[in-house]
Design a protein around this ligand. Structure first.
Ligand code: CP
Length: 528
């Protein structure tokens, strides 16, 4: 048996960012070495596992040809045991819990990796945690999960093969890329993955070509700009060609009619026309231009039509074949077979310090500080500065929400008062309540960031804590991801614990679902 303790062993790849840029470069280097070696008649021995106790489980709960078959052939090349599950031939479509099914498969072999395509978003991230804990409790190696496309979220291995193909066209240079993305930018997960995948290049210009209804979701366009890309937008291929700034790399995508509602379907012919290339456009392309497409193309009306197949513009056939080489290299990495020669920055695991409670000095006034309600507070807790600076009706709503979420159905009062800047704030007084549990403090910080929690004794504030937005909000019954396709959404019934991660600096009020990465404003995460 070959040695299998490389540094990527058991690594889950749920999104492109699960590999650092240096790790992605390593993957491309290895895929290129493998491709050259095998095409020259070599056997790719350094990649092969040749171990039937290593299982590659292909779990496809949505249709796939290229991704499934390239993974299946990659696993065969590597000499691993391969099992294929799809909704037509397995009980994954019989309301069976995914974690139960994967746990069962995990018991069948010494080591394993799971390639999963699903309509639900965030499945691999969730299974990484659920099965990881299970593996730890059994004292066995953690399995790797590879996302083969989840809803309209991401398709990281397609992204890797795309970037590998662009690098081939650019002769291996990663200093700059100018690329046009066109087609269904709204639903296309291969498009969304580009917001991170293109970071491989030091300078990036992206032209987004799609009519309003198929436009790139703002969160991904923003992410591109945040990543330093120069982003331009056009409504149609005609508009784009007239701009005079046409990219030498075009990435077409299919209109995903199966994901569109009736209203958009009626407009499909006009939408398709806006993003379809025509013969009369050929003369408007720059030299050495190449077209790519993740495939499948629409059989009757492809956006990169079949008259292009035999022209030098056809980059998609080679791109599709690259799916095989990049996936062989990736499985070999997560199986621990290759990776010992990796040099560079490794992916750093995020940490979430609980730094949202800060004790602040109390004023040494002789006068009682709180007289909320009809009685002054003698001993108890006072939550102050709730929704400070917000309009009065919002503050009342928020006071009500805080009371309900924290189950503050006790004696006390609340109201809206002036803050020290002449605006308004909410206050809740809780006479006789002398402490909050850790969980309730976290919940309060997450519902009313910026508030203070005051401990009052004999009319004087003896302790004061300022609460800010926690970096992570999870485990409360009253929160849920508002993306219905998310594995943690109540409708998915998989029982994934809802978890949100704060985006950006401590003052930020934007949260990202840990699984599907949908952005939420913090009020949105609460089921108020
Ligand atoms: N590109 C791609 O994901 O194709 P399949 O749907 O055939 O896997």
């Amino acid at each position: 048996m070959s040695s299998r303790n490389g540094p990527f062993k058991g690594r889950t790849v749920a999104v492109v960012n699960d590999l650092s840029l240096d790790e992605q470069r390593y993957l491309y280097r290895k895929a290129s070495e493998l491709k050259r070696e095998v095409q020259a008649g070599g056997d790719g021995r350094a990649f092969r596992l040749d171990d039937k106790d290593f299982s590659v489980y292909l779990i496809f709960m949505e249709d796939s040809t290229r991704t499934r078959e390239s993974f299946r052939n990659a696993a065969k090349f590597l000499g691993a045991r391969t099992n294929l599950f799809d909704t037509a031939t397995s009980s994954f479509n019989k309301n069976e819990s995914m974690s139960d099914a994967v746990k069962m498969l995990y018991g069948y072999s010494d080591e394993s990796c799971y390639v999963i395509r699903s309509r639900l978003e965030g499945v691999c991230r969730w299974l990484e945690g659920a099965l990881g804990h299970y593996a730890d409790s059994c004292g066995r190696p953690r399995p790797a999960f590879i996302n083969a496309g989840d809803g309209k979220h991401e398709h990281p291995t397609q992204e890797f093969l795309d970037e590998f193909s662009f690098l081939e066209q650019l002769g291996g240079r990663d200093d700059r890329i100018h690329i046009a993305l066109t087609g269904d930018l709204y639903h296309g997960r291969t498009i969304h993955s580009k917001a991170d995948g293109l970071k491989l290049f030091r300078e990036v210009e992206v032209d987004l070509v799609a009519p309003e209804l198929l436009r790139m979701p703002e969160a991904y366009a923003r992410r591109m700009r945040d990543n330093g890309f120069l982003v331009r937008e056009y409504e149609t291929v005609d508009d784009y060609l007239a701009s005079g700034k046409v990219a030498p790399i075009w990435y077409f995508t299919r209109l995903q009619l199966e994901r569109m509602g009736e209203e958009i379907l009626e407009k499909a012919p006009a939408l398709r026309k806006a993003v379809t290339f025509r013969k009369d456009m050929l003369g408007l392309l720059p030299e050495r231009c190449r077209f790519y497409h993740p495939l499948p193309r629409d059989r009757t009306a492809p956006t990169n039509p079949t008259f292009l197949d035999e022209t030098p513009l056809n980059g998609w056939d080679g791109q599709s074949a690259n799916g095989y080489w990049t996936r062989v290299a990736l499985i070999s990495m997560v199986a621990g077979r290759i990776g010992e020669d990796f040099e560079g920055e490794r992916k750093v695991q995020e940490t979430y310090p609980d730094d949202f409670v800060k004790e602040v000095p109390t004023a040494s006034r002789a006068k009682p500080e709180y007289k909320v309600g009809i009685k002054p507070v003698e001993d108890g807790l006072v939550i102050d500065h709730i929704s400070s600076g917000q309009p009065i009706p919002e503050i009342w709503d928020h006071l009500d929400a805080v009371r309900r979420m924290l189950h503050l159905d006790v004696r006390g009062g609340h109201g809206v008062f002036h803050n020290n800047k002449g605006a308004y704030k909410g206050i809740i007084s809780l006479p006789d309540v002398m402490s909050f549990g850790e969980r309730d403090i976290k919940k309060l910080a997450a519902i009313a960031p910026g508030c203070t929690l005051n401990l009052v004794h004999e009319h004087r504030v003896v302790k004061k804590y300022r609460l800010s937005m926690p970096p992570r909000i999870y485990g409360f019954d009253e929160i849920s991801c508002k993306n219905e396709q998310c594995i943690s959404a109540p409708s998915s019934l998989e029982g994934a614990t809802t978890e949100f991660l704060r985006k950006g600096e401590p003052g930020s009020s934007t949260f990202i679902c840990r699984y599907c990465e949908r952005e939420h404003e913090f009020r949105e995460i609460w089921d108020l």
